[in-house]
Design a protein around this ligand. Sequence first.
Ligand code: AMP
Ligand code: ZN
Length: 479
Amino acid sequence: MTTEVEISTPPLRLHNTLTRAKEVFRPQDPKKVRLYTCGPTVYDFAHIGNFRTYVFEDILRRTLGYFGYGVLHVMNITDVDDKTIRGAIAKSVSLDDYTEPYKNAFFEDVETLGLLPAHHYPAATEYISEMIEMIQTLIDKGVAYPGRDGSVYFAISKFPNYGCLSHLKLDELQSGASDRVSSDEYDKDNVSDFVLWKAYDDERDGQVFWESPWGKGRPGWHLECSVMAMQLLGDSLDIHCGGVDNIFPHHENEIAQSEACSGTKFSGLWMHSEHLVVDNKKMSKSLGNFYTLRNLLDKGFNGDQVRYLLMQTHYKTKLNFTLDGLEGAKVALQRLNDFLARMRGIEGDEATGKADQVVHAAAVDFAGALADDLNMSAALATIFDMVREINLLADQKAIGKPDAQAVIERMRRFNEVLAVLDIEGQSLDIPEDIQQALVERNEARANKNWAEADRLRDVIANAGFTIEDSSSGATLKRR
Ligand code: AMP
Ligand code: ZN
């Protein structure tokens, strides 16, 4: 047959950090899934650990599309916090001038890694008045209080659900003026009332402050996300994502602020990706064990290869980064692209239909793997199974051009999620064995060994390349 058969997709099941269970995904409106993902703090270049989380979120978003959902995606840009202010002061520039180049670099990296752009990228500094309003509402509702230091704090004892995401028990927690924290980042050992509005400190904050009913200051990081999410997506989101380090305190605090303010559930589904690690330690700026995307491009890798590496392991499993691992990803991706090139080179007008069943089974298994909490390693394994079986058929000359086109079409559908395949053969990444075949073919011609030269030309053609001879030598072109 070889016509495209639409594959019906199974129910999508996703792991919810709130319940620690896989649940069938049920958005409020399937045509507009409201997705919020915590974005970068633009005080430096993002590292590929950050991008592991963003690639996971992109796979989620693309899978939603593959399963027929429409998505409205918001990712914030944190352009004011301790680190951005410190950087601006150290360089004696304004906060905007300091963050601008890192913002631009982030968007370039998003493109290089094939991430679908969010529909909105709100910057925290554009929502200060909305943040002040939300703090006032929380004070009016009796869950927040101004401290004598000019900061405003959230009283966790006034929110009985505090701890629902990180599964902390409230009676183990401290609450009250003596234990509160004003730092944006802290851990479970110092759970306490947290800051919503940070009073201005002239040594720490330089020129960075906004006026508020509680004096000069700036919003706390946790509050920023709650406000931007609710302004752009409403009081109730469908999915909120981040890396596992965001679960506590950041997302726990977002839930407390948002639900105390609106009285409704902030997000039905919370998804968190595990860390990219190096020798079992989280890749991070502070440990110095990081690579930026740019570092890897300088080493000769491309965005597709880095994306492949970051997405091939299930998002809830730690991924140990090594350059060898990246080499492995490069080879695996090349195999898929070589296969596509071979399919483009298949000749013969007759469809044999022999590939149909293999392609259909791969499509069913691919959707099944994604439906099982985005099991990308299983999804990729089904593609490699298909590649192996179709290659066998091609070796036996058992498929014609229409069959090969159906295979390519199916790969194109897979690529709506993977976003790394060279479907049209645009990239000039020429496999090493084909480069070698060209060298040997030129030698054969120089030795007037025409039979060998013709054989090698066929090898090259079967891999999807044509040879262009010119006075300056022979070059390869994608067919
Ligand atoms: P940050 O700029 O530190 O707020 O981090 C931005 C995003 O990257 C957050 O969702 C973090 O959870 C995530 N992240 C940071 N380090 C890593 C890592 N090593 N592996 C995976 N995700 C990370
Ligand atoms: Zn956030």
